[in-house]
Design a protein around this ligand. Structure first.
Ligand SMILES: [Zn+2]
Length: 325
């Protein structure tokens, strides 16, 4: 025990916020290569968190911020991005069974329009094809077509620049991701992604989207059972690269969805797509009454240090409780 005379107790104001995306029975799914957490690992991690941390509700975190009050020791909060159907089918029943609240952040487009986000299309293109060189060669062909109208670098130069194997990804995977996520101009990026998605994954985008994401009824059902919902933008963009009027439109669309879900105005929480945010976006959120916002900076959050509109989160892979790959 501490010497009681030495230090006054310092109230704990730190919290481990954990970020999840896909959680599914990967081995028995149609796309086992999708980078996600398996159901077993998720359940193991839930047990670990309940043993070593105190899972709290988003409402508790909101009160701690608003009232400057302490958090329980080793507080943790579970967050789930992008509104995947996994969250309704797999995550929600487990959380309910273990008595833990999850906070979920769906994008407007997937709920309202049954569209597959470009980021997800890239995941599934890569997971659908064993020999990644096939994707690279189709991407080269698409770039060749574009070169008639756009001054793009040659395929070999591009490949030489971007195809550098990473810690988790082969050179071909890194190449496809870099070109489709960042290198190509916005105007042609979606067109090429659509072409590859339709060739390798599915020609029925709407049907695919309905299999991939939650709908409004499922979201409302989870909310009735005590789960929390916040905003994640409309189109899942790097919002720090949008103009302030575009940022406002994204936030407004999120607000309308949250109103439809039934989220109270004093419980507005935002989660930045890809973790991208800047000053103007933070100002817009504050004006619209958002109390908290989550980044993807991998740190333990501290209410004494971090801006409540830029709270960091750890990725599920940064936590113990899952075996090494
Ligand atoms: Zn996201």
């Amino acid at each position: 025990m501490n010497d009681p005379g030495a230090h006054p107790a310092i109230p704990d104001r730190t919290i481990t916020i954990v970020m999840y995306h896909y959680v599914r029975d990967l081995a028995r799914s149609r796309f086992p290569e999708i980078k996600g957490l398996t159901t077993d690992h998720f359940e193991r991690q839930l047990r670990y968190l309940r043993m070593h941390h105190t899972p709290i509700r988003m409402e508790d975190l909101l009160s701690a911020v608003m009232e400057d009050s302490p958090l329980p020791a080793n507080a943790c909060l579970l967050t789930f991005d992008d509104g995947y159907i996994d969250h309704f089918l797999t995550v929600f029943p487990l959380l309910d069974r273990y008595g833990v609240q999850g906070s979920f952040f769906p994008t407007v487009r997937t709920v309202r329009e049954s569209r597959v986000l470009d980021a997800n299309k890239i995941h599934f293109i890569l997971a659908a094809v064993n020999d990644k060189r096939r994707i690279v060669s189709r991407l080269f062909a698409a770039l060749d077509d574009l070169r008639r109208d756009l001054p793009l670098e040659g395929n070999e130069e591009l490949f030489g620049r971007y195809a550098i194997a990473g810690r988790f990804d082969s050179a071909e995977i890194v190449f496809v991701k870099r070109v489709l996520q960042k290198h190509l101009p916005e105007s042609v990026r979606s067109m090429i992604i659509d072409r590859l998605f339709s060739e390798f994954v599915s020609r029925e985008e709407k049907a695919f989207a309905r299999e991939l994401y939650m709908d409004l009824d499922q979201i409302r059902c989870m909310r009735r059972h005590g789960m929390f919902f916040g905003g994640h933008g409309a189109g899942h963009y790097w919002m720090d690269s949008l103009s302030p009027p575009e940022q406002e439109r994204e936030v407004e669309a999120s607000l309308e969805l949250l109103a439809d879900i039934g989220v109270e105005p004093d419980r507005r929480v935002f989660c930045y797509p890809y973790g991208g945010y800047n000053r103007s976006l933070v100002d817009i959120l504050r004006e619209r009454g958002f109390r908290l916002a989550l980044t993807a900076d991998p740190e333990i959050a501290s209410l004494d240090i971090h801006d409540p509109l830029a709270l960091p989160r750890l990725d599920t892979n940064d936590l113990p409780g899952r075996p090494a790959a």
